[in-house]
Every structure is written in structure tokens, then in C-alpha cells.
Design a protein around this ligand. Structure first.
Ligand SMILES: C[S@@+](CC[C@H](N)C(=O)[O-])C[C@H]1O[C@@H](n2cnc3c(N)ncnc32)[C@H](O)[C@@H]1O
Length: 238
């Protein structure tokens, strides 16, 4: 049921949700993956702030992806950058099961997943200053005006992400919905923690690469224009 507290001063975790539980049941293989492969790669969404060196079993640069869907981007990026650790947040269980199967099939050991509302996880569970890059690829656009408050990218979320980023960290947003891209630009323009990257600057960043995603392909088929936005974290953890 819809949370009725849209107050702009409410902490992000208590504001309206950015998702509705999508229809789509777990396949038997996905259910088995959650049960058998989950213990090595799934991290509970609730608890103390995580010690990521212990979660990944090593010290490495870390990338956070919020709303990974079926995890296509995570698999491709983790394969391309084996010396980087990737943490993915997603609420849709079939997507999590699907990704666990892919990670196992490809033998990728540098990915961990949390199946929980990202708004809560980023506020309470993730360590400050921990991420070299944070990615949000094709978040639900919520095109109707009365649903704009459900959009993931809002000032309170950006304030929280700024605390998780290390200084100089990269924030990469992508959308196929131009009005949402414009909204993102407006939100980031009010943030004291980020500066926009010029396209050439972003191209030189190994962590700025991403593959085409499932939702992107859907948008492109519909004739949508895709926009990628890059920002640099300019202050230390606050
Ligand atoms: C439009 S899909 C895009 C999926 C993927 N990034 C892609 O490009 O194919 C947005 C995803 O974000 C997830 N999502 C939305 N709000 C979320 C939240 N608060 N916490 C975790 N996942 C969320 C949805 O479940 C959905 O899978």
C-alpha cells in the first residue's frame, strides 16, 4: 500500500517508495539460486553498517549499483573489471535470482547483492565514504506528474549518496526519459557535493563505462533518447 508521507523534510527511507512490486514469479531455477547461491553472494538488507572488506573478502575499489533489474550491467562490468568489487541493490526477487545464476555460470566472485529497498539500505546499512562509483541506470521514470514524488533521484537521496561516495567518486545516472534527465540535472545542480563532468572527462574514466541494459533496449525500441549524466563527488564524507 502507498506510503502517505510525502513530506519533503521526512528522511528518504520514510518517503513514498520508488517501486511497486512487479508481477513475475520466481522460476524454480531462480528460487533454487536464492537458496543455494544466495548465502555466498546475498547480503541482508537490515543490520549494522557493513564492513565491506569482510563482505568481499579483500580490499578493492567499490562500485554501487541501485536498481540493477536483471543485472546485465553488473555482470558485464564485473567481468571487465575483476579488480573492482560491485554491490548491487534491487527489490525484484526474480531479477536477483536471475543474476545469481549468471554470476555462478560466469564464475564472477566480485559481486554481492542486497535484495531490499535501496532507500533504507543506503541510509542505514552502507559504510560512509566507501564507493568509488555509484550507478543508477534507467530508474523507473514515473512520467505522470502525480507520481513524480516516487522518482528515485531526489535531493535527499543525492545527499545520502554523497555521504557514501569517496572524494572524487563518480556518480553515473542514465535514463531514456528526457523529462527525468532534466529533473536529474536540476536536482544535481542544487547539490553542494557534486560537480558535473564534461563528456570528454567521463570518457577517460574506467568506471564510467556501461553496457546497454534491458530497459535501455526497450526505450530505444520506443524511439526514446538515452542520456547519461556524470558527476564527481567534490568533498569528503559528511
Ligand atoms: C526500470 S528498471 C531498470 C533496471 C536496470 N537498471 C536496467 O537498466 O535494465 C528499475 C529497477 O529499479 C528497481 N528499483 C526501483 N526502486 C528501487 C529501490 N528503492 N530499491 C531497490 N530497487 C529499486 C526496480 O525494481 C527495477 O528493477
Amino acid at each position: 500500500m502507498m506510503n502517505q508521507d510525502p513530506s519533503p523534510t521526512a528522511p528518504f527511507a520514510r518517503r513514498v517508495r520508488s517501486f511497486v512490486r512487479r508481477a513475475g514469479r520466481l522460476t524454480p531455477a531462480q528460487a533454487r539460486a536464492l537458496e543455494i547461491l544466495g548465502p555466498g553472494r546475498l547480503v541482508p538488507g537490515i543490520g549494522e553498517r557493513l564492513a565491506l572488506d569482510a563482505v568481499f573478502g579483500r580490499v578493492a575499489p567499490r562500485v554501487l549499483e541501485i536498481g540493477f533489474g536483471d543485472g546485465e550491467a553488473l555482470v558485464a562490468m564485473a567481468r571487465r573489471l575483476p579488480d573492482v568489487d560491485f554491490l548491487g541493490l534491487e527489490v525484484h526477487e526474480p531479477g536477483v535470482g536471475h543474476l545469481l545464476l549468471r554470476l555462478e555460470a560466469e564464475g564472477l566472485t566480485n559481486v554481492r547483492l542486497i535484495c531490499h529497498d535501496a532507500a533504507e539500505v543506503i541510509e542505514r546499512r552502507l559504510p560512509l565514504g566507501a564507493f568509488a562509483a555509484i550507478n543508477i541506470f534507467f530508474p523507473d521514470p514515473w512520467p505522470k506528474k502525480r507520481h513524480h514524488k516516487r522518482r528515485l533521484v531526489q535531493p535527499p537521496l543525492i545527499d545520502t549518496l554523497a555521504r557514501l561516495h569517496c572524494t572524487g567518486g563518480l556518480l553515473h545516472l542514465a535514463t531514456d526519459w528526457v523529462p527525468y534527465a532534466e529533473h536529474m540535472v536540476e536536482v544535481l545542480a542544487t547539490s553542494p557535493d557534486y560537480r558535473v563532468l564534461a563528456p570528454g572527462e567521463a570518457a577517460a574514466e574506467p568506471l564510467a563505462w556501461r553496457p546497454e541494459t534491458k530497459f535501455e533496449r526497450r526505450g530505444l525500441k520506443l524511439g526514446h533518447e538515452v542520456r547519461d549524466l556524470f558527476y564527481r563527488k567534490i568533498q569528503g564524507p559528511t
